[in-house]
Ligand binder design. Sequence first.
Ligand code: E4P
Length: 280
Amino acid sequence: MIIIRIFIDSSKLDEISQAYDYGLLDGVTTNPSLIRAAVEEEKAKGGNIDIGEYINKILLLASGLPVSLEVIGIDSAQMIKEGKRLYKLFNPIAGNVYVKIPINPSIDEKSHKNFEGLKAIKVLSGEGIPINCTLIFTPEQALLAAKAGASFVSPFAGRIDDHIRQENNIEFKKTDYFPAYGEEKDGDILEDNGVISGIDLVAQIREIFDNYGISETKILAASIRNARQTREAALAGADIATLPMSVIGELLVHPKTAEGMRGFIKDIVPEYRDLLERRK
Ligand code: E4P
């Protein structure tokens, strides 16, 4: 049976281990910002951190499951060098490293380094290094990443929603739900170049991949902000959703579930309790 895989979007050892203990972990995604949050937390506890040892621990906790580690370079030569280094240093630990490459590492929208991500994906995947292509905001970026040989493409659902709201002066909190079928303003559905929500981005990528029978590249819905968006990523056909611990916790909660539990506990008759609690 093929079912959506759940990754944890975190670099914190306690969160990764907790998610693993719940028995639902299918992988881990990190990025430089998540590594920073983990390192700062460790330092705040008073310790120095050996980053190599720390990453080894993540890989061992998630043994047998893909762990994405991101490059930091902004041109293809540097990203290729870093990708090889990450893979050489860390893949021997548990054989589960995926190198995360931005689709376009340019930090200036007008620069001409557009193809650097694709070049790096092509070279690294050609050498057998599995790639998670990150910072995907259009279906065509995902299509090109798949053509270049990426194993995963990561559309950033929540950040597209942020972008649509920011462009339209709509105030929001990071965890606020954004309608999968679009937000209306002054009678128009808001959009970013034909994409009406982060979930719509996932759905469009799904449709394009299905049109062309692209199955070797998996759609990893990222930047997921709440439980409802997780559900909608599954409805849209994402292969994987990577979730922060807070969202994983939200997935099982409903007030009527808790109310139902309180009622069942209140109604237990002693005979039934004895039967179930009897030692033999
Ligand atoms: C993906 O792997 C990214 O780490 C992540 O999902 C980004 O999420 P954010 O937009 O909530 O920072």
